[in-house]
Design a binder for this molecule. Structure first.
Ligand code: ADP
Ligand code: MG
Length: 731
């Protein structure tokens, strides 16, 4: 009998080595060769045009038509020299992936000829037929127009897919009436807001700084499985995760995969995608095995926020495409396999100045330390105020499997800062309590903290892996972000709440100064108040423990485990205030967004429900029945031979057990379908998401449990879908 599991296992185990032809060059020789970088731009543009575009970018000014025409012409020449025949606006709609619509440079003319053109207006704006992107009701179908608009702060690049070479122009995506329909437009607004809010605060300490920007260094975790095995699992293909499958006898309990030697087949794949990434100017540096078998991680050098976000979206694409070359399916899902670790995407976030200073890096002198403390404490205060909003920003159906499971940060947001900084904060709060801000002869503050903070850099050992939001020496690391996420959304929230916080801080300090207080005293007084007000969010212990859940409840911290409820935070007055007041979203945009996220949640669960139902009824039950028939025939035969019942009692037991599992599965699939029908009739995206969460999803567990029990009983030769041991351990 040809069973797709057996043949796919055979295919997977007999793969020939795929040779990657790596260029015999240093990385620096081809790094960013497919990017329209500043230096490339300089080569292709007149001096005037070059400076006018650079000025427009750095000042955030509108680019005039003439300059746009020249940039377009330059991009076209460069791209065509590289073999590009078409171009596309590249954008990030709220589907979670990227979108493109290609147009050729070539424009045919009536006389049967034609020529390659690319104008400034084509560069600046396009109108993709965008009616089927999620819009949360912003675009009525009669006004289905959506526009993509060039984002000159993220460089254009060339995408090579097979023989197709395309110029890609990063854009934002907005409706005809100007509402944002993507992840990028709000991110850019939040970056701008943060730049504006942080600068006056930096200038309290350092007048030379003229610009501040946020930085992001993401770490991307993923699994790989052989393509043949992937296609033999409808659940992986349709939902990105295994909906059934019993844990293998050996999982990750030996901890031997973490940082282990990378298997050769995966290593080849890594070299290949790293080369692609480097050509695209993505500064990938780190690769290693992760905790679970077949799980890996890659991380680049951090970059300015906007570009880092684009690069993460791009690398997810590149991983999938290069994976295909190697007959590997790359699983980006947060929890592809039950019982083994899931995947996250740590977002390392900091603030940086145009003078090259990291504002979250403790300094060497008391004065720079005060600047560090100011930014550090403001982050903590912002997270303390808006932890629920951060929770909402990492909420997806797939990340629900991670948050709260015992190997990922919990759904409770807290901040870890380490023992050194905890004692520094304690000391600051205490000292200033006395109302004295002693200055020594040189005018610097006698806070003694300068002796302590640099230790943090030296002793970074008490890093708490269980924290969802941890300070790691010179940056905060948001660990609760899911591996499939577009970083833009959690980073938009973090930028916004930080900027909002810094704005308040500056106002309070100014008020004290106006009242006659010295600058540093005023700063310290406000910081002290913030430290005292933010105690609830600070937690140094084990975030996975039950004690923490209880303690957090006492502290009044939210512990919302599912997306269907976490998204409700977006509709609170507090969320609306911080977003709308600061022009990150309009009321309509924010409502549309939460609606889209509820819908995405419901749709994911709907697909999973259908898939698990089909697999259970069409794949698992038939083999269970076949095996049961074998047992029946066997028992009958033994009986016919005149043997005592005792000699075929085991067969009878198994027959009964199989029957009971079959009954539960059949019954629960039917009930699940009913629950779905009921949920589908509900009005309102939020209500529907909650019904799917509370009434439909619980069936996944009982159906799975019974299928997995059958996997342990049924003849291995009959089992139709690849088992965990085959998915996770084949190389
Ligand atoms: P881990 O042990 O968590 O893997 P690493 O020290 O390897 O941490 O760094 C993780 C990420 O942090 C890298 O992507 C790195 O670029 C990023 N990172 C370092 N400094 C900054 C910064 N100032 N801003 C943003 N990200 C940073
Ligand atoms: Mg990390």
């Amino acid at each position: 009998m040809d069973n797709s599991r057996k043949s796919s296992v055979k295919t997977a185990t007999h793969r020939k080595k795929i040779n990657v032809k790596l260029p015999n060059k240093r990385i620096s020789e081809y790094y960013a060769e497919n990017v329209f970088t500043e230096s490339t731009m300089k080569k292709y543009l007149s001096e005037d045009a070059f400076y006018s575009i650079q000025n427009a970018i750095s000042a955030g000014k509108k680019i005039d038509r003439n300059t746009a025409d020249q940039v377009a012409a330059a991009m076209k020449s460069w791209a065509m020299e590289k073999g590009a025949k078409s171009y596309t606006h590249w954008f990030q709609p709220l589907t979670g992936s990227t979108a493109e619509k290609h147009d050729t440079f070539f424009v045919p003319s009536m006389d049967g000829e034609g020529m390659e053109t690319f104008t400034g207006s084509e560069l600046i704006q396009q109108e993709p037929d965008a009616s089927s992107f999620p819009n949360g009701g912003i675009r009525q179908t009669f006004e289905a127009r959506g526009y993509t608009a060039w984002d000159p702060t993220s460089p254009a690049f060339i995408m090579e897919i097979g023989d197709g070479i395309t110029l890609c122009i990063p854009t934002i995506f907005i409706s005809y009436t100007g509402e944002s329909l993507d992840h990028k437009a709000p991110l850019l607004k939040s970056c701008h807001f943060l730049e504006k809010a942080a600068l006056p605060v930096v200038n309290l300490f350092d007048r030379h700084v003229t610009k501040v920007h946020s930085t992001l260094g993401w770490e991307q975790e993923y699994f790989v499985v052989d393509e043949a095995l992937f296609y033999a699992r409808p659940d992986l293909v349709l939902s990105g995760r295994t909906l059934i499958g019993h844990a293998p006898a050996r999982g990750q309990q030996l901890d031997d995969h973490y940082f282990g030697a990378i298997p050769e087949r995966v290593y080849d794949f890594m070299l290949d995608f790293e080369r692609e990434a480097h050509k695209l100017g993505i500064p990938v540096r780190t690769r290693h095995n992760e905790v679970a078998p077949s799980q890996f991680e890659l991380a680049p050098m951090y970059e300015e926020m906007n570009v880092a976000v684009d690069h993460n979206q791009l690398i997810m694409d590149v991983l999938e495409r290069v994976g295909k070359r190697h007959k590997l399916a790359v699983l980006m899902h947060e929890k592809p396999f039950q019982g083994v670790n899931g995947s996250g995407k740590h977002n390392n976030w900091s603030l940086s100045t145009d003078t090259g200073k990291n504002l979250l890096s403790p300094g060497k002198t008391p004065k720079t330390n005060l600047m560090f403390l100011t930014f550090f404490v403001n982050v903590i205060k912002a997270v303390n105020e808006y932890s629920d909003l951060l929770r909402a920003a990492i909420a997806t159906a797939s990340n629900d499997h991670r948050l709260g499971a015992n190997e990922a940060p919990p759904a409770i947001i807290s901040v870890f800062i380490g023992s050194h900084l905890s004692s520094v904060l304690e000391e600051v709060a205490k000292r200033v309590d006395h109302g004295r801000y002693d200055e020594d002869k040189n005018g610097s503050l006698k806070l003694d903290i300068h002796n302590k903070i640099p230790d943090v850099l030296l002793d970074n050992t008490d890093r708490n892996r269980t924290s969802p939001f941890a300070f790691t020496g010179n940056k905060f690391e948001v660990r609760a972000v899911g591996s499939t996420a577009n970083c833009a959304w959690p980073m938009t929230v973090l930028n916004t709440i930080m900027a909002n916080q810094l704005t308040d801080f500056k106002k309070e300090v100014d008020k004290l100064i106006k009242g006659g207080e010295k600058k540093e005293g005023a700063i310290l007084r406000v910081i002290r108040r913030y430290i005292n007000a933010s105690q609830n969010i600070l937690f140094e212990g084990d975030n996975y423990s039950d004690e923490w859940a209880q303690e957090a409840e006492k502290r009044g911290l939210s512990n919302v485990k599912t997306t269907a409820y976490a998204l409700d935070f977006l509709n609170t007055k507090k969320a609306k205030d911080v977003f709308i007041k600061n022009n990150i979203f309009s009321d309509v945009e924010l409502e549309a967004r939460s609606e889209i996220f509820y819908e995405a949640y419901t749709m994911k669960l709907q697909i999973e429900a259908r898939t698990i139902g089909e697999m259970a009824l069409n794949e698992i039950l038939p083999v269970a029945i076949t095996y049961q028939n074998n047992l029946i025939a066997n028992a009958r035969g033994l009986k016919d031979l005149g043997l005592k019942k005792g000699s075929y009692q085991s067969q009878l037991n198994l027959i009964e057990r199989i029957s009971s599992h079959i009954q539960v599965i059949e019954n629960d699939v039917a009930e699940m379908i009913e629950a779905r029908k009921k949920a589908n009739k509900l009005e309102g995206a939020s209500e529907m998401a909650k019904a799917y969460c509370d009434d439909v999803k619980p069936y996944f567990d009982t159906i799975r449990y019974n299928c997995d029990k059958l996997e342990l009983i049924v003849d291995d030769k009959l089992w139709p879908i690849p088992k965990y041991r085959e998915l996770l351990f084949l190389r």
